[in-house]
Design a protein around this ligand. Structure first.
Ligand SMILES: NC(=O)c1ccc[n+]([C@@H]2O[C@H](COP(=O)([O-])OP(=O)(O)OC[C@H]3O[C@@H](n4cnc5c(N)ncnc54)[C@H](OP(=O)(O)O)[C@@H]3O)[C@@H](O)[C@H]2O)c1
Length: 253
């Protein structure tokens, strides 16, 4: 692992991955759509294929973290662009970050992630796929959005096991430095809590007054979340600090 391309290397996870790889002595290149990238970054657009071949040329490992709300274009079609270039330039290892519990959840974003996983696994390029639970930041963003209203709508009977993004980044860097292993052990945070509890905890820390309105999540997606498909299974590994710790140390300080 000498030269590593990090797609999504400007995002929440990707910036931490770049830092973790550098700590391990790798030379990194972070992909961004920005046409005039800063030093250490490279311009490329997974939605159109622009700049992808140039970004991949000369790297031996790719850590693929890019994502976008237009996930069919970026996460699925973009993964195809990336794999084509990676095959062309003989990339030795591609490491992909995915999400815990996406197999049996028809949530469209999760199905796009599953599709991307399959493309990578079937590409013939040696690969490692790590699934993580939701990042603390995602749960905080959800809590922040709903508690701006006096009546906060919160998905009913849904739990989360949020994870520290730095711990996920460290694991990805470790995996990128090792041999390709296919599916790695899933990772998640140490605390399982209901979204109602998470929203309540966030509201207390930022001192916001609101009432919660539990909203049932319909269909098979709702059933999957209620069944805890998004939580670590018994063979998963707990990493990083808890959500409570994140609230106190990242938000209060
Ligand atoms: N958030 C979670 O709770 C969670 C949990 C488990 C797994 N994950 C996975 O972790 C990964 C990173 O998530 P994140 O929350 O860190 O994402 P993020 O902060 O939203 O960052 C998205 C990144 O994707 C890049 N990107 C977007 N569109 C692109 C395009 N067309 N071409 C090239 N790059 C593009 C962005 O780069 P520019 O804007 O600089 O172009 C940015 O670096 C995703 O694969 C996600 O599925 C997330």
């Amino acid at each position: 692992m000498d030269r590593v391309l990090v797609t999504g290397g400007t995002g929440k996870l990707g910036t931490q991955v770049v830092a973790a790889l550098k700590e391990r002595g790798a030379t990194t290149r972070a992909m961004t759509r920005n046409r005039f990238p800063l030093r250490g970054r490279v311009s490329g657009d997974l939605a159109t294929g622009r700049g992808i071949a140039e970004a991949v040329r000369g790297v031996d490992t790719i850590v693929h973290c890019a994502t976008h709300p237009r996930y069919r274009k970026v996460d699925v079609d973009g993964t195809r662009w990336l794999l084509k270039a990676a095959r062309g330039y003989g990339v030795k290892h591609i490491v992909y970050i995915s999400i815990v519990g996406i197999d049996d959840n028809p949530f469209p974003y999760y199905q796009a992630k599953r599709r991307a996983e399959r493309l990578i696994e079937e590409s013939g390029i040696p690969c490692t796929v790590l699934r993580a639970t939701q990042f603390h930041e995602l749960v905080v963003a959800m809590a922040d959005a709903v508690t701006k209203l006096p009546i906060a709508p919160v998905p009913k009977d849904v739990r989360a096991q949020p994870v520290d993004v730095e711990a996920v980044a460290q694991r990805l860097a470790e995996l990128a430095a090792g041999e390709p292993i296919g599916r790695a052990r899933d990772v998640g945070g140490p605390q399982v809590l209901s979204l109602a509890e998470a929203v309540h905890a966030y509201g207390s820390v930022v001192d916001r007054r609101f009432k919660q309105l539990p909203v049932p999540v319909p269909g098979k997606t709702g059933a999957a979340f209620r069944a805890g498909a998004n939580l670590l299974g018994t063979d998963g590994e707990v990493v990083g600090e808890s959500f409570s710790h994140h609230l106190v140390w990242k938000l209060e300080t």
